[in-house]
Design a binder for this molecule. Structure first.
Ligand SMILES: Cc1cc2nc3c(=O)[nH]c(=O)nc-3n(C[C@H](O)[C@H](O)[C@H](O)COP(=O)(O)O)c2cc1C
Length: 242
């Protein structure tokens, strides 16, 4: 077993999205980077952003009650960092970073055209948390660039090349290593035959160890495997219901 060290408590969840959050309205918009964000509920679709009251955007958010979470691609890493360092109090960060404002469908703050995915949000609650206040919000509309969607209307997040953030550094996502529900996939016929051949062979002296989920006793509920219907859309709305 690997040794572990303990530290004082800290906000260390990772990886997280360094979202470009827009506030205000189309003509008087501001943008800041928010990494403290996530999903609160699937139905109704609810999210949050945690904002320090010292941010220029804080008061705008409180007054207008709307924001857009723009998820940036790796190509936007510098802009993400910039709008998270400089305040928009006396600077137009859209102009400075050459970001294009696009009309949002349901809220006043603009969507950033260069960001592949955007969530339009309406604030429902503001909760003081200490250093930051949490703005809980309903997601009232979602948009994404055309190239993310295939001919069947399915979203392909891997095409978005999304930027990630972990402990002070920006990352790209890397390869897909699985798909929602793939741990329950049955081995393909060809793999089964290969296994059996190896088992019967005199050379195969090593007993193959089963993964933990195959040997563990299964409760009735666990027996219910995901059907093709509910595990077939890893990037679609069904996968988001996790
Ligand atoms: C990667 C990154 C993540 C950040 N996450 C947050 C956050 O979750 N909440 C927050 O209040 N500020 C966060 N900031 C800081 C603000 O984006 C920054 O103070 C910004 O300049 C505020 O802009 P404004 O004054 O125009 O509102 C983050 C900055 C960076 C670079």
């Amino acid at each position: 077993m690997k040794e572990r060290k303990h530290f004082a408590p800290g906000a260390l969840t990772a990886p997280i999205p360094p979202a470009m959050v827009t506030v205000g309205d189309f003509d008087n918009a501001n943008v800041l980077t928010i990494a403290w964000t996530g999903i609160l509920a699937t139905v109704p679709p609810k999210t949050y952003i945690s904002v320090r009251p010292s941010r220029h955007s804080y008061q705008i958010l409180k007054e207008k009650g709307e924001f857009v979470i723009n998820l940036p691609s790796v190509a936007l890493a510098k802009e993400v960092d910039f709008v998270g360092i400089y305040t928009g109090k006396k600077m137009d960060k859209f102009e400075k970073c050459q970001l294009t404002k696009q009309r949002s469908e349901k809220v006043a703050p603009p969507t950033i055209a260069e960001c592949p995915i955007a969530l339009e949000c309406r604030v429902t609650d503001i909760l003081p948390m200490g250093s930051h206040d949490v703005f809980m919000a309903d997601i009232v509309s979602v948009s994404c660039q055309d190239h993310i969607i295939d001919a069947d209307g399915k979203m392909h997040f891997e095409r978005a090349d999304l930027l990630a953030y972990a402990h002070g550094e920006y990352y790209s996502l890397g390869e897909i290593v699985g798909r929602f529900g793939f741990s329950t996939d049955k081995p393909k016929k060809s793999e089964k035959t290969k296994k059996n051949t190896a088992k019967n062979s005199e050379k195969a002296v090593k007993v193959e160890k089963k993964p933990f989920y195959e040997s563990a006793p299964r409760s009735k509920q666990q027996k219910k495997k995901p059907t093709d219907k509910n595990k077939g859309a890893p990037h679609g709305r069904k996968a988001a219901k996790k």
